[in-house]
Design a protein around this ligand. Structure first.
Ligand code: MN
Ligand code: MN
Length: 317
């Protein structure tokens, strides 16, 4: 269950209203790399992790809940940056009157300009945050990556944290408010912390590469295809040992000749690896059994209950 505390996780403040920066900050409220996306991603991933991997469930729910707290910090900051907008709009019930209330033609022009560049605040939300990105595109569940395999989901989370971090970094360029900068610095830093938590959690799963259960074909796992001519580079991505499996990269200088000489790669032999098609099959079977057992052995056979409340209580029987 969630239990709401009215104080923010971080003491967010603003020096003065700034509706234009409020609009940019919407990106982290309802945008593709924003806090709601992060919260929902980890929250959704947590369900399938709970029974077989209670340690990862704990981690995912702790971080999901923190992301909701960040969403609250971002929404509050947007609201503070919009201070006064709602009041102006309420005054606008009579259009002529608001124009008179505003102090001179420059102020009027300014208000109209603000409404033009920020219609979501001035016309739609009435001066509060909306679940859209900075261009008013509605938040969508399509931002959420959850596939029910922790070796994949935790990697998605590392990537998500990287993107959230860089968006905060970019956003900081567009405000000179020291209080807002302080809040953004905190939010950015927490994404750095989360990155490392997800990475550490991934490293406790052995093996975790390749992602998922099935092994990769030894004929094609360590082959680099030179698919464009000219300005070619060699680096650890195509020479030496591969990063995870430690196999020797095979550089195919002329892919056209290779595919035509190998019956479209069907007759290619594994090179630069000890693995064979036979050992791949065996590894598939062993890991399938292990992973399936992990999940099945933790699945209750009867009376399925989510929480730790005492079972067979008098009223519950
Ligand atoms: Mn966050
Ligand atoms: Mn995060």
């Amino acid at each position: 269950m969630f239990h709401h505390v009215k104080e923010l996780q971080f003491n967010a403040r603003v020096s003065k209203p700034d509706p234009r920066f409020a609009r940019l900050l919407l990106e982290q409220f309802g945008g593709g790399n924003g806090e709601l996306k992060a919260a929902m991603q980890y929250f959704v991933q947590a369900f399938s992790a709970k029974t077989p991997y209670p340690d990862k469930y704990d981690l995912l729910m702790d971080i999901a809940t923190e992301e909701f707290s960040h969403l609250e910090v971002v929404g509050s900051t947007i609201q503070m940056l919009l201070t006064g907008v709602n009041g102006e709009l309420k005054d606008a019930a009579d259009q002529e009157e608001i124009m008179q209330l505003l102090d001179g033609p420059a102020a009027r022009e300014g208000f109209i300009h603000e409404a033009m560049v920020n219609p979501q605040f001035a016309v739609l939300s009435g001066g509060g945050p909306m679940l859209t990105d900075s261009n008013g595109v509605p938040w969508t569940a399509a931002y959420v990556d959850a596939v029910g395999d922790l070796t994949v989901d935790l990697r998605s989370n590392i990537a998500a944290e990287s993107r959230a971090k860089i968006v905060y970094e970019y956003l900081m360029k567009f405000t000179d408010d020291p209080y807002v900068k302080q809040t953004l610095g905190f939010l950015m830093t927490r994404e750095v912390a989360h990155y490392q938590m997800f990475e550490a959690a991934l490293n406790t799963i052995k093996p975790n590469f390749p992602p998922g259960v099935l092994q990769s074909d030894p004929r094609y796992s360590n082959r680099y295809y030179n698919m464009s001519s000219g300005a070619e580079f060699r680096g650890p991505w195509n020479e030496g040992a591969s990063t995870q499996m430690g196999e020797a990269w095979q550089y195919t200088e002329d892919p056209l000749s290779e595919v035509s000489h190998t019956n479209g790669l069907l007759d290619l032999e594994p090179e630069g690896t000890e693995r064979t098609l036979e050992s791949m099959k065996q590894a598939d079977e062993e890991l399938s059994k292990k992973r399936s057992k992990e999940v099945k052995s933790s699945t209750p056979k009867e009376e399925i209950q989510w929480s730790l409340y005492k079972k067979n209580s008098q009223n519950g029987e």
